[in-house]
Design a protein around this ligand. Structure first.
Ligand code: FE
Length: 363
């Protein structure tokens, strides 16, 4: 009797203890989820610019949300997201190329963003096409132009004032460009395909290949230096690499930049090709509200100025003006005409571009 009563009592006590434990755990879980939601954004970033640090610090100071950053290149980040699947801790993804952002979207690695702040701030041609239910997979946050640099003594500006002229037989043996399979060139080729159509784009690729001064090697800065050194007369580079040389503390860098001319191609036609650095929210983000808050912050005028200026880029957000002396020097202080195609078309053209590169044997 005593033992039975005791057992019942123990059972009751155990039951109560279990209930209390479950409740306590639930509170703890809720508490930590709420705390995490308030305090953390896990960022996978392909931006390799030290000036971004202060930007992230300012966000943390303003919001109390800490940023845990993982650095890798675009391809590395996309591969990692795929490998991690639903276990991925990633919340926000920053990539530095339009076609890679498109790839991430196409591979289902991002979740559609619904933010009036971002949609109002970023022009429609610089973000992903809205999904049927109105979400947007990624937003451009800064823009960079793919420009032509040239030997001012040996090449007339009128011989390099369009991308088409890179393939003109009169420029045979003069052109330097980094590997055709680098994302910056793939996106340029995707844009060229959008503007010219596939047959003309393939003929253009063949023409550029025929005009190469040497097999592609090095990055964009190496191409600018090769023009200054006389190894080639014409080269292709992202605008910020040129601006970086102009603003460098090293006199030899400034000398390189001053020695070459810079051309924003296609001012008389469809405009200079713009690529973007942009942001997305990971499909399995655990801190979704923080992630949106962080992207909205990056699109704000103050952050845009810092985000773009720090790497000598142009802001993606409407109405944000820069006082960057190197960019002013490059454009003569005037706005330049940039292409207006939806940047998502560049990514959508990648299968065609890959096939054309194979057919042409572009190095
Ligand atoms: Fe770069």
């Amino acid at each position: 009797m005593m033992a039975r009563f005791s057992t019942r009592e123990r059972n009751l006590a155990m039951h109560l203890t279990l209930k209390a434990l479950v409740a306590a755990c639930a509170i703890a879980t809720l508490g930590s989820a709420a705390a995490a939601e308030e305090q953390v954004v896990n960022l996978y970033s392909a931006r390799h610019y030290s000036t971004d640090e202060a930007l992230y610090d300012n966000f943390t100071k303003a919001t109390g949300i800490k940023i845990n950053r993982v650095d890798a290149d675009d391809a590395g980040i996309l591969a990692r997201l795929k490998a991690e699947g639903s276990a991925s801790p990633a919340d926000v993804i920053l990539l530095v190329d339009a076609a890679r952002l498109y790839r991430g979207e196409a591979d289902g690695l991002f979740q559609p963003i619904r933010s009036k702040v971002l949609e109002d701030a970023i022009p429609a041609n610089l973000h992903a096409q809205p999904t049927p239910d109105g979400g947007i997979a990624w937003f451009g946050l800064s823009t960079r132009a793919r420009v032509i640099v040239y030997n001012k003594v040996k090449v007339a500006a009128s011989d390099v004032d369009s991308y088409e002229k890179l393939a003109d037989p009169k420029n045979k043996g003069k052109v330097c460009i980094r590997s055709g399979s680098h994302p910056y060139n793939l996106s340029l080729f995707g844009a060229i395909t959008e503007h010219m159509g596939e047959p003309k784009a393939q003929a253009w690729l063949q023409g550029v290949k025929d005009n190469l001064a040497r097999p592609p090697k090095g990055g964009d800065t190496d191409q600018i230096k090769a023009v200054a050194a006389g190894e080639c007369d014409i080269a292709v580079t992202n605008s910020y690499y040129f601006a970086r040389l102009l603003r460098s503390n090293k006199p030899e860098d400034v000398a390189v930049a001053n020695k070459v001319g810079v051309m924003f191609p296609n001012q008389q036609s469809w405009g200079t090709h713009l690529n973007i650095a942009g942001g997305a929210i990971a499909k399995y983000a655990k801190h979704q509200a923080n992630a949106i808050q962080f992207l909205e912050y990056l699109a704000s005028p103050q952050a845009q100025e810092y985000f773009a200026n720090g790497n000598n880029e142009w802001p993606a957000a409407k109405g944000v003006e820069l006082g960057n002396p190197a960019l002013k020097a490059m454009t003569g202080g005037k706005p330049f005409k940039s292409e207006t195609i939806p940047i998502s078309a560049v990514g959508a053209n990648m299968p065609k571009v890959q096939q054309m590169l194979d057919r042409v044997g572009f190095p």
